[in-house]
Ligand binder design. Structure first.
Ligand code: ADP
Length: 161
């Protein structure tokens, strides 16, 4: 059976932790759709278009990975894409409570939709987009936390502000 998987998130910006999850998912599932949330209540640093373009460049070595953006309910988007699995990353126990609530809600709202959790390499378990944004804002070195392209875009973006 072909398993179409959606990996949703804000990805503001994509980190090496996200990339680790995408690579793991691409090995397991037939198609992985990285879906950038456009309606996040967080005020993102990068526009959804910028986030999609950046991710696309960073995953072009993975033939079964697509990048898209979505607005509204994830279950509606999953239905439109005929996806049967949602992938999320689990870093620490602190992620668990929110993820548990989301997984059960999406299971209730979207029949036949299963959420699968993948753990990144332990070197990425402390990493988050907000941490990367904070370091970059104060001129710190984010190489090793994000792909090179993201590092360049962060520098450009923060210079303009
Ligand atoms: P959201 O706002 O939906 O949490 P994020 O972009 O912060 O979006 O994260 C998207 C997904 O990637 C979430 O499942 C999150 O737990 C996971 N994730 C974030 N950072 C990492 C990381 N360093 N390693 C593994 N998974 C991560």
């Amino acid at each position: 059976m072909k398993t179409i998987t959606i990996y949703p998130g804000t990805f503001d910006p994509l980190t090496n932790g996200h990339l680790d999850i995408i690579e793991r998912a691409a090995e397991i599932f037939s198609i992985v759709i990285v879906a950038v949330a456009r309606n996040s209540s967080k005020r993102p640093l990068f526009t959804s278009h910028e986030r999609v373009t950046m991710i696309r460049s960073c995953v072009n070595h993975l033939a079964n990975v697509e990048v898209d953006s979505f607005e509204g309910l994830l279950v509606s988007y999953a239905k439109k894409k005929r996806a049967n699995v949602i992938v999320r990353g689990l870093r620490a126990v602190s992620d668990f409570e929110y993820e548990f609530q989301m997984a059960l809600t999406n299971r209730k709202l979207g029949e036949g939709l299963t959420t699968v959790y993948l753990m990144p390499h332990e070197k990425y378990t402390y990493l988050s987009s907000s941490l990367v944004r904070e370091i970059a804002t104060y001129g710190g070195d984010v190489s090793g936390f994000v792909p090179e392209l993201v590092e360049e875009k962060l520098k450009k973006k923060l210079k303009k502000r």
